[in-house]
Structures are given as structure tokens and as C-alpha cells.
Design a binder for this molecule. Sequence first.
Ligand code: GBH
Length: 443
Amino acid sequence: MTDKLSLPANSAMLSTDFIYGVATASFQIEGGATNRLPCIWDTFCDTPDKVADGSNGLIACDHYNLWQQDVELIDSLGVDAYRLSISWPRVITESGELNQAGVAYYLNILDALKSKNIKAFVTLYHWDLPQHLEDNGGWLNRETAYKFQNYADLISKAFGDRVYAYATLNEPFCSAFLGYEVGVHAPGIIGKEFGKKAAHHLLLAHGLAMQVLAKNSPDSQNGIVLNFTPCYPESDSAADVTASNFADDYFNQWYIKPLFDGNYPEIMAQLPKENHPEILEGDMAIISHHIDFLGVNFYTRAIYRADADEHFFQIDPPEPRTDIGWEIYPKAFTELLVSLNDKYSLPPVYITENGAAMDDKLVDGVVNDLDRIDYYHNHLNAVNDAIEQGVQVNGYFAWSLMDNFEWAEGYLKRFGIVYVDYDTQVRTIKASGLAYKALITNR
Ligand code: GBH
């Protein structure tokens, strides 16, 4: 195993134009919950047996109070950019106006980043829907898409020219499928009839927000962040290949095809009518609004076989796996980027998340996470392979800046390149963080 991150000497990723960053999300790090409205993740955390360690986001990494030292920490890593998300319930009141105190909190962060020459990549929605909107149906209610447009409008005006790139949504697949179909994420709704309806309203929200971002913030890069778990058949049999392609359309293409082609995958015809989204005239044109960039989040792949009752069956991930059980398979990263580039006429791509949960140990003030360095090394090189095959990738963000609230896993899984001691809130840069810094600063 290597303790360094390296790329081929001629790699485009060694250019100082290539943007390296670290990423976080509001609910996962901020805490400061008494200074904002409740969101669906507060409610989900308060529901027994939903979060593995019974924890919540009331304090998290206390970034609400420690943001200044955290910006120093980000700067100390030598990165070009920081990807953060805005807490909708912190900046918009129940009646749909700006909450000035919440806005001021983010203006301070954005100004601090600017003063250090760190580009701000702002995500408007990383899963923390205001609870009062969920009480009205959440993403199953078409109206929520228009509430999101209003939020995007007000906040992009308030932020002025401080933002380098806006992403409307983070991973609408997770919001829709995990939140409204299998219910393992907030708001915990279960039913095949709900997932695609929620997905449609999320994508509509994206398109509506793109309209106001293009108007209010024409100089920023405006786009969306999607996650992909590439699907592979267990065998070459026609049945397994069909199953894997169906899963790919259901989980991955469902969220990208409407953006570029203005329609959903053909497998829609095979889904029962009651599971279909409700598509009104003009929706697909709104959804396929031009985007300046596509954010791609990649962690792992999934393997499928044919199933007698369902369209596909996912087999247990083979080894090697990370601490959260996801297979380590960097080749899928290259193949994903190349295949998306073949299928769609992509704008420039940013890798907006990539990283690994590892069983970290803080020993004598050091976290020697060689396993995570290995993961990063192989995945950075997988991105480089895709660039060599013609994909335009302009930047890469490590998930995550620091250990944080890992959703349904609570604080049990650590994704940071910085270790967080939750008792003391002391941050310690892991060996992977130092290796990342060395890669960036030695360009
Ligand atoms: C991202 O979600 C989130 O944006 C971020 O907030 C989060 O902390 C981070 O990743 C780490 O989880 O069962 O083997 O098929 C990623 C969500 C990860 C969902 C991979 C699908 C498939 C794993 N995706 N997962 S598997």
C-alpha cells in the first residue's frame, strides 16, 4: 500500500487549472439546530430505530460555532475549492422569506472563503427539507418544487457574486428512492408508488431553480449533483444483463436522462401505472434546462442477477469492501464516466464526491489511514483514465472534509480526511488528508 497519492507525470489532473476540493453538507456537520427550523432529518432521528446509533444532528461537528477554525483547516489543506450545502430551514422562514440571521451565517463563511481564494461550490439541497413542507406532503407535493424555486431565487440574490458554482440538488436518487420508496432515509416513506413521483418533483425543482440561477447568477457555474452506482450483471447471461440494465435505468439513468434527453428511460412502460410520476405539460422542458456542469458522486458499483418476481436482484457486494460494506471497484468509476460521455452530450464534469468509510483509529494523535489513501489513489487514477479517454473533468472533491453525521449510520462511519473527536470536537488531519494536501500543493 502506498502512503502517497500520485498520478502519471503527464496527467491533466496535475495542472493547477484542475480544481481540487473537499466537500461537506449542512445537516451532517453544522449542529446549531436551535437557530433554524426543524427539518425532516431531525424528525427521522427522533423516530426510534431509524439511525443506527440513535444519534441526531443537534450538535454534529458543531461547525455552526467552529466554522472559522474549519475554514482555516480547509485552507491548511491547500485546496482550491470547498463544497458546502445551505440549510434551507436556516435561511428561509415558514412564510417563505429570508431569515437574515441564517443568511448572515453563510455570508460570513463565503466571505472567509473568498478572502482565502477558495472557490465556493454551493449545494442548495442536501436532503434537509424543512419539516413544515414535509407536513404538506414534502416531495410528493408538486408545490414543494415551487417553494424550492423561491428559496433558490432569494438565496442566490442574497449571495451575490460570492459563489463559484451552484448545484441545485445533491443526489435526487437518494432523496426520492431512499426517502420515499424504501424509507431508509428521511422522511422514511415506503412504497413503490411514491419513489418516482418524488423524483419527478425533485427534478422539476431542479429545473425551476436553474431558471432563477441563470437569471440571478449568470456568472457562476450552475448545475446539479447526481450519484451513480454503476450496475454490472453477475454473469454474461441475457437474463442477468437485462436485469442489470433495468436496474441501471431505474437507479441511475432515471435522474440524468431527463436532464439531457427530456424524457425518462423506456422502462417506465414496464412499471405499473400507479408507480408512474405525474408529468404535466411543459415539465420535461423545464427539467432539461441547460446546465453548466454535471456533478458526479461515485463510491461503488452494484452487481445484479435476474429475479423471478422482481426485475432484478442485487447480490451481496464482493470483497474488497470499505467499512460501510461497499465494494471497492475503481474501474467502475472510469467506465461510468466514459459511458455517460458516450450517452449524453455532457457539459464539463466535476467529481463532487468520492471517498471511503474506514475503521479509523486515532493513536497518539495520528490516524494512519493507509486504506483510505489506497482508495483515493486508485480512484483519482480512475478519473485520470477517463480523462485520457476523452471525458472533460474539471475538478475533484474528496468526501469528506471531516468525519460527520453519516445519515442512517449516525456517527459510526467515518468518511473524513480529517478525524473528529465528537467528545472534544478536536479535529486531526488524517494521513489521507496530508497525502491529499501533498498531491495538491506539489502540482
Ligand atoms: C453520499 O451519498 C452523500 O451525498 C453524502 O451525504 C454521504 O455522506 C456520502 O455519500 C457517504 O454515504 O448498497 O452497495 O449498492 C451516497 C449514497 C452510496 C447510495 C452508495 C447508494 C449504494 C451502495 N450512495 N449506495 S450498495
